[in-house]
Design a protein around this ligand. Structure first.
Ligand SMILES: C[S@@+](CC[C@H](N)C(=O)[O-])C[C@H]1O[C@@H](n2cnc3c(N)ncnc32)[C@H](O)[C@@H]1O
Length: 305
């Protein structure tokens, strides 16, 4: 199997042309792909770079590192969480880089690996950890979190208006019997009455909200954006592909203001970025036809001033 076939099975890269074309400003620069996945974006970046360039890629999932097929002298792949981007680069004596790409969320390989517990399509133990070493999985969250904490997850990350009812149903069920598997969780909600479309929407949001909590995705994104803003060269670019509105709102606000919402802006402050496109970049109808999973993707690119 060649690389293109492999990477499309592992994960079909999303907004590939749009993200790479806008990311590279110096063909001999240092770049970081902080979400390697199946390596589709990394491979496309390498094709655009010259001999002296370097590409460092990170992924917090060991399976992604094991599945790597890229062999290139300019390429380094590390099993790391992207929140540590600055300290990782420091170890290699790298202070500044020309471009950083983050393609957030999950790879298809993770979603369709029935042992990982990310999808309601397979009945397996609730897990949802991207890094199998982190101590808390979906199993602990669903069976041990208080009503208040569960409410917070469903309200904030799932944007459910009936978050309290969802939390209460889980508590009622687990009083009788622990909720062990993805289908134990799904069956709490008597979804038979719902249309296929509504059921799918409810379950995707439910599972997504738990996954965000398991992997601390919101805090990770904020820390990563802050760290990245410190290491990007003037004229260098940060490209973020996100798959839900919370991530996209955080990215948009940070690129526009250089801070997060409700964060105090210091006096004599100048905004550190310029947005490359006024409007968010979405996949074309053709891309969605070929890869329906790309439909929720949103790309934003900022240039350091
Ligand atoms: C959408 S996939 C990336 C796909 C990749 N661009 C490609 O073309 O194959 C997202 C990947 O990011 C990884 N990831 C998510 N959060 C991470 C984090 N905080 N640190 C490092 N990797 C992370 C996931 O494990 C997953 O493999």
């Amino acid at each position: 199997m060649n690389f293109i076939e492999h990477s499309k099975i592992y994960h079909y890269p999303v907004l590939l042309k749009e993200s790479i074309e806008n990311l590279i400003t110096d063909r001999n620069g240092i770049y970081v792909d902080v979400t390697f996945g199946g390596g589709g974006h990394s491979s496309a970046i390498l094709k655009k770079l010259e001999k002296k360039a370097i590409l460092i890629a990170l992924d917090q999932d060991k399976e992604s590192i094991k599945n790597n097929l890229i062999k290139d002298k300019r390429f380094y792949l590390l099993h790391k969480n992207f929140i540590h981007i600055r300290s990782i680069l420091k170890k290699y004596n790298i202070e500044k880089v020309s471009g950083i790409l983050a393609d957030l969320g999950l790879s298809s390989y993770q979603i369709y690996n029935y042992k990982r517990g990310f999808s309601h399509k397979f009945n397996c133990t609730l897990d949802m950890r991207m890094n199998q070493k982190i101590p808390i999985s979906a199993l602990q969250i669903i069976n041990q979190y208080s009503k208040k904490k569960l409410f917070h997850i469903f309200y904030k990350y799932g944007e459910f208006k009936n978050a309290i009812q969802i939390a209460e149903k889980i508590l009622k069920k687990r009083e009788k019997k622990p909720i062990i598997t993805t289908w134990d969780l799904m069956n709490i909600f008597f979804l038979k009455k719902l249309s296929f479309k509504k059921k799918k929407k409810f379950l995707s949001r439910l599972f997504q909200s738990i996954r965000i909590e398991v992997n601390n995705e919101i805090n990770n994104l904020k820390n990563f954006l802050l760290e990245s803003s410190k290491i990007i060269l003037p004229g260098g670019r940060i490209a973020i592909i996100s798959y839900h509105s919370i991530e996209d709102r955080i990215t948009k606000f940070f690129f526009k203001k250089g801070v997060f919402k409700n964060q105090e802006i210091p006096r004599c402050y100048s905004i550190p970025f310029k947005m490359i496109h006024k409007k968010v970049i979405k996949p074309t109808i053709q891309e969605i036809k070929i890869n329906p999973k790309s439909r929720s993707a949103r790309l934003r690119i900022a240039e350091k001033l």
